[in-house]
Design a binder for this molecule. Structure first.
Ligand code: UFG
Length: 330
């Protein structure tokens, strides 16, 4: 049986495809290539180009391929864009999930692993964040991901479609080969933006907010290596194949780093100066987001293997220093 990876040409999707292919799984990728990159898809995977909101497209894949599990990454994921264009997020993210659940029900496919996010929590009620904590998203991106989780919950009750929802904290880093990595346009994430400075693509990194109630006044995040995220998907697929019940898991290391600390570690890793400029807060950023990874460890048997932030940034630097323009350099 094959695993279908929706959004397998994107950042986290392509790293998961690579691990699945290395593990010897029959892997089928579907991606509309709007934000994904065809070069990011491992050569061992079969590729279909198209959009998951297109029911004819999904029908074709489910008819041609023998799929037992779907891993669903295909979604829009820019917080600020979601605030200015919420309809795009309801359409792509929730609309995409509705189309997918319809197709899965029609073709009798009963297992799905799904990309969720720390943005489902909104402003956390405590640190570290537990899966059972309050979910009150502060932007349409988090709101649509939470709505997708709820859709899958009801699809399980109605159609026996078991799901694992993985709430990622801050995905970062790149595959150890240096062949695939992060390539967003526009880029909005801290670590790739920091590394644009030693790459000569920007003069300095902006620090968004220095008056947060944290040790150095800057926001604290839980950075998790993309290969560890990929491994969690493989474990989630196994869990569902073994008959595991629908569930939700945080994926983080449990360690928080401030923006200033992150820049400092990038200076050590790259051996470059990296100028930083203090700026005003960015709207909607919670002060601290750190996961409790206890549940994923206990139930999925998942623990991050590359938890040191220096190791995460080193792997990102290996990719960005050799691909300053991302996949355009291939
Ligand atoms: N930051 C800067 N300067 C920059 C870019 C970011 O100081 O140039 C700061 C942000 O203010 C934030 C931290 O660096 O405090 C991390 O920012 P990112 O944009 O890299 O990541 P976020 O924590 O905002 O976003 C992540 C995920 C989203 C998810 C969100 C949940 O990437 O998908 O967590 O809040 F929705």
């Amino acid at each position: 049986m094959s695993i279908l990876i929706l959004g397998g040409a994107g950042y986290i999707g392509s790293h998961t495809v690579r691990q699945l292919v290395l593990a010897g799984e029959e892997t089928v990728v579907a991606d509309n290539l709007i934000t994904g990159h065809k070069q990011a898809i491992s050569s061992g995977a079969k590729f279909y180009e198209g959009d998951i909101r297109d029911t004819v497209f999904l029908d074709e894949i489910f008819t041609k391929e023998k799929i037992d599990t779907v891993v669903h990454f295909a979604a829009s994921s820019l917080v600020s864009e979601s605030v200015s264009n919420p309809l795009k997020y309801y359409d792509n993210n929730l609309g995409g999930a509705i189309s997918l659940v319809k197709a899965m029900a029609k073709h009798d496919i009963h297992s799905i692993v799904f990309s969720s996010t720390a943005a489902t929590y909104g402003e956390p009620e405590r640190i570290p964040i537990l899966e059972s904590d309050r979910t009150e998203p502060t932007n349409p991106y988090g709101e649509t991901k939470l709505a997708m989780e709820k859709l899958f919950k009801w699809a399980d009750k109605a159609y026996g479609m078991r799901y694992v929802s993985l709430r990622y904290f801050n995905a970062a880093g790149a595959d150890e080969s240096g062949d695939i990595g992060e390539d967003h346009n526009p880029e909005s994430h801290l670590i790739p933006l920091i590394l644009q400075v030693p790459n000569g693509k920007r003069k300095s990194i902006s620090i968004f907010g220095t008056d947060y109630p944290t040790k150095d006044g800057t926001c604290i995040r839980d950075y998790i290596h993309v290969t560890d995220l990929a491994d969690a998907h493989l474990k989630a697929v196994k869990y569902l194949r073994d008959g595991g019940a629908s569930d939700i898991f945080n994926l983080g290391t449990g360690n928080g780093f401030s923006v200033r600390e992150t820049i400092d570690i990038a200076r050590q890793v790259t051996g470059r100066e990296i100028a930083a400029i203090d700026e005003a807060r960015r709207a909607g950023d919670p002060a601290v987001l750190v996961a409790s990874g206890a549940k994923a460890k206990e139930i999925l048997g998942w623990t991050p293997q590359r938890a040191a932030l220096s190791e995460i940034i080193e792997s990102a630097w290996k990719w960005h220093s050799t691909h300053p323009n991302g996949y355009e350099d291939e």
